[in-house]
Design a protein around this ligand. Structure first.
Ligand SMILES: [Zn+2]
Length: 476
């Protein structure tokens, strides 16, 4: 496979910085496209750039060059062709990993939208606070709600315990493992006493807004319904039982799609209908769920009927139990929603089991289909499980379904730098909206239709036919 050159990467990075004078941009673009090797692929990042700037650029670029860029952009492989060649058989083990992006089409807001919503609804939050929060999220590249909640929890926790830096370092290192000498040294070097305190003060006000945030968040999550992504997964599972689903989302979209299809769930927090039920769908909710709750006093964990919970909420017959009373001991119950930080899991033994089954599913898979999951910094534990699994299991492949065109490039570089002889083709890209592309990919894997490949091969075969016709026309 031909690769994107350093020159192309540098040019894109320079453009992304957004400080390129027009004349220089025209000059560098012209130079790059004139001298680019014909078989060097173009990064999908060009698509956004060109869509946004085409009108302005064509006025300054020679028309032949504009046409050439138009042409070349058509050839960018947003969805790797290899994906359409994958077929599953009974022995093929599939694991889905769902992140925030898979629920976004169900109307669960991203941080940007949530902040806007907060501003509209929560009068007591000042505009300045909100601006600071937006700026902070931007600076720390916090895009999804899970990360924002994590930030809120950390700020809350850190504000109460000023001396927790080393404790945090300990807990953020792999679960239960002592850091190696080298790691210890690095941790010490990097120990960001100043930075942490700055962050704590910068996000300190988050504590007050946490409750508002939480209310808004759950109200959007309870009402959210499955989108074509979830339904496509359910359809796939009906035909291919050798599948499990892991999600970092708290919402009930995936659960609902499974239950409404008349299937049963296993690996829930309650641990009912477990191993014996071979037909039940394994759904591992790593960060908890809106319908799980735990008691602060007796630590009892309970799972409420998701569909009932939704129904009574929608009909306004019962409000969502942000705080409830434990039937066991009379203590306070709260929803079990866990920010993606490893130390939190130590507090919930039930979650340790859930995490272990997630790890096992990942390690046993032939294909990891990772949908709308951003590999965020806060989730280092998941990234580590995947890294270890990809390193150990040399035949394992990942299909990354994500609109972020940089993600696959980042992952390929990360694995190449860490794993000797890592084959970049083990990470396949489907850079499109998941609700559009995932149903096609899954049907194609089941051999039900050939998805995009059909279009491609039709295109190719038309060309071939033309050529064949031409030869046919030659004197016989
Ligand atoms: Zn209790």
């Amino acid at each position: 496979m031909n690769e994107i050159s350093e020159r192309q990467k540098n040019l894109l990075e320079w453009i992304e910085k957004g400080i390129c004078p027009l004349s220089e941009l025209v000059e560098r673009l012209t130079d790059f496209f004139r001298t680019k090797l014909e078989d060097e692929p173009l990064s999908p990042d060009w698509v956004d750039f060109w869509n946004m700037n085409r009108d302005r650029m064509v006025r300054f670029l020679p028309s032949s060059l504009s046409r050439r860029i138009d042409e070349e952009l058509k050839s960018i492989e947003m969805v790797n062709g290899e994906i359409w060649d994958i077929r599953v058989n009974n022995g093929t083990r599939i694991t889905f990993l769902l992140g925030a992006g898979s629920s976004a089409p169900s109307g669960i807001p991203t941080v940007d939208k949530l902040l806007l919503e907060m501003w509209k609804r929560a009068r007591k939050i000042g505009r300045d606070d909100l601006d600071r929060l937006a700026e902070w999220c931007n600076k720390h590249r916090i895009m999804n709600i899970e990360d924002l909640l994590t930030a809120a929890y950390i700020s809350n926790f850190a504000a109460k315990n000023r001396n927790i830096t080393s404790l945090l370092d300990y807990f953020l290192s792999p679960m239960g493992q002592q850091p190696s000498e080298e790691e210890k040294y690095l941790l010490q070097r990097r120990r960001p006493v100043k930075t942490l305190e700055m962050d704590v003060s910068a996000i300190g006000f988050l504590q007050d807004t946490l409750q508002t945030l939480f209310g808004l968040l759950t109200s959007t999550m309870i009402s959210a319904n499955p989108n074509p992504t979830h339904n496509a997964i359910v359809n796939f599972i009906r035909d291919h039982k050798n599948t499990s689903i892991i999600t970092t989302n708290y919402d009930g979209c995936m659960d609902q799609a499974i239950l409404e299809a008349g299937l049963r769930l296993k690996r829930t927090i309650a641990g009912e209908n477990e191993e014996g039920d071979i037909d039940a769908v394994e759904l591992v909710k790593m960060h908890g769920s809106i319908n799980w709750s735990y008691c602060e006093s007796c630590q009892d964990v309970r799972e409420f009927d998701l569909l009932k919970l939704k129904d009574t909420y929608e009909k306004d017959e019962l409000s969502y139990p942000v705080m409830g009373i434990c039937k066991n001991c009379g203590g306070m119950r709260r929803p079990l929603l866990v920010p993606p930080l490893s130390f939190k899991f130590l507090m919930f033994p039930n979650l340790v089991d859930i995490w272990n089954s997630a790890r096992q599913s990942i390690e046993e898979s032939d294909y990891l289909i990772i949908v709308g999951y951003s590999f965020s910094e806060a989730d280092t534990y998941i990234t580590k499980i995947i890294s270890r699994s990809m390193t150990k299991n040399k035949n394992q492949k990942m299909i990354i379904v994500n609109t972020d065109s940089k993600l696959v490039r980042y992952l390929r570089e990360r694995f190449q730098s860490r794993v000797d002889g890592f084959d970049r083709k083990r990470i396949l890209q489907a850079c499109k909206n998941c609700e559009e592309i995932l149903p096609e990919i899954l049907d194609s894997m089941l051999g039900k239709r050939s998805g995009e490949k059909e279009n491609k091969s039709t295109r190719k075969s038309t060309k071939k036919k033309v050529r064949e016709l031409n030869t046919d026309n030659l004197p016989v």
